[in-house]
Write a protein that binds this ligand. Sequence first.
Ligand code: GLY
Length: 298
Amino acid sequence: MLTVVASENGSFGLPAAWRILQDGGSALDAVEAGARAVEDNPADHTVGYAGHPNIDGIVELDASIMDGATRRAGAVGSLQGYRHAITVARAVMERTPHVLITGSGAARLAAEFGATQENLLTEGEHAYWAAEVGGSKAGLLAQVRQFTRDPRDGAGTVDFLAIDRNGNLASAVSTSGWAFKHPGRLGDSPIIGAGNYCDNRYGAAACTGWGELAIRASTAHTAVMAMARGASPAEAAAIALRDLFELPTDGLLPLMHIVVLSPSGEHAAATTMAGARYAWQAGSMTELTVSDRLVVQP
Ligand code: GLY
């Protein structure tokens, strides 16, 4: 059954993903198109153009894409100057022998395939950065600690999971990461297994939230492996989030959201923060719907 599942902010790009599936396109094309649309959305300050900058006032993007049929994957980290990080991630997968390329190497790859270079920092985001960070005289590490003390300040990100008419699954994640992060910091979004994992045999999962936790616990992979052992998507989502509760977080909520999709099109989403929702469209539905996530708390 044709299916697209996304984090709630993916509602903006879900129609683009859905059109591709309906026209007979691949799950890979669908998840890339969905993420690209969100990367273009100037109202979303956690993904692509107009994303929150790092501590130096520079927008650095992370993204990954995974093909469930082959488990090929591509990812970019700390990409500057190109809004469609997901397309650069796909180029890593399809045009290089690598999985993850970061920084100037990622920008060079984008330039090589003709992507348009631009300044991703909008006036509004520059003003936000200047008000929050710009006047600080503290050392860099002290500043980063101060401004990233609460992951809810900066952890956005968009997730897309899809099944196409051939029954293939794909997953995509794109983000500008934690607001005012240390330059070069990678979250879970470009780390295969942490923020993104997809395997036609068992299903797909993708995360938004506190990336460092998902890296430490391989959260997306944990959910997919739970389905490999027979868990439903809802059970797998809950298992992956509960696995975080053993990690020390200095008293902060282990903020994490996960979307999960089985090969048969069953889906679920869970969160550690009540109120978070997710978007999806499947089968004969004529428009997307937004549903509550299962709340899983320590
Ligand atoms: N989950 C996105 C990030 O931590 O950067």
